[in-house]
Design a protein. Structure first.
Length: 253
């Protein structure tokens, strides 16, 4: 059943669309990627599994995404993290399994850190990451941009980046880049307090597999598994990829 959570106030208020399936726990929480939505292939596959298993499943759209309100170009990591935490705070009653895809992998790790520190009763029981784009604004965007694109972002405030996944380009704003620097995780140990399983395609052009190896190196104290899929792309949405994803969730659950 679709519901909503209101985040922010005044001019900053936005309505976040939520789909919440009741069931036994630990509840699985889908945390989507940049410009993705909660009805996309992987989230829908998890929902079908949750329905068949009687499992609790929670998913939502960030502001400016899917069925939620708000302007995408106002989006930042801070803003989308705030929304993820608000949705979890509203619907969760026990420790969840976070499933983060691409940018959602970064937000999952940030959310886990916040919950460990501020709400340990809701700290994740496990995390599954799909092509986690940790520190993506700095490592996978700004660090890869040539000088002319950096200059365009600084001077105009936005660069419209062509996308392989949409006919419309993705706006990369100066606000997104600058805010992302407040949330960088690589460079020091990342504590999650739970098992982590990472699924990564080796043919992924957006999140290179060596970037994910760097993430693994920063998860020193946790039970970490990494599955490298030799012919896997960024989306990992083929039938065999979805089977691996469900298997990873079941192994933790």
């Amino acid at each position: 059943m679709q519901q909503s959570v209101t985040v922010g106030s005044g001019a900053d208020e936005r309505r976040i669309a939520v789909l919440h399936r009741e069931g036994k726990g630990p509840p699985v929480v889908w945390i989507g990627g940049f410009k993705s939505d909660m009805r996309a292939t992987k989230a829908s596959a998890i929902d079908s599994w949750a329905d068949a298993q009687g499992r609790a499943f929670l998913r939502f759209d960030y502001s400016g995404h899917g069925e939620s309100g708000g302007d995408f170009e106002q989006g930042t990591i801070s803003r989308w993290l705030e929304e993820a935490l608000a949705v979890m705070g509203q619907f969760l009653k026990e420790r969840p399994i976070l499933v983060g895809s691409s940018m959602g992998g970064w937000i999952s790790l940030l959310a886990a850190r916040h919950l460990l520190e501020k709400r340990p009763a809701l700290a994740p029981a496990g995390i599954v990451l799909i092509a986690p784009a940790t520190d993506m604004t700095e490592k996978l965007m700004w660090g890869r941009f040539p000088e002319d694109i950096r200059r365009a972002v600084e001077e105009t405030g936005v660069y419209y980046r062509p996308s392989a996944y949409s006919e419309d380009p993705y706006p990369i704003t100066r606000k997104l880049i600058e805010d992302g620097r407040r949330h960088l995780l690589l460079g020091k140990p990342i504590q999650t307090g739970c098992p982590v399983h990472i699924l990564q395609g080796m043919e992924d052009p957006d999140v290179p597999w060596n970037h994910v190896l760097e993430l693994v190196e920063h998860l020193p104290g946790d039970n970490v598994s990494l599955t490298l899929i030799k012919d896997g792309d960024h989306r990992l949405s083929r039938d065999e990829d979805l089977e691996r994803l469900i298997g990873a969730i079941e192994a933790i659950a």
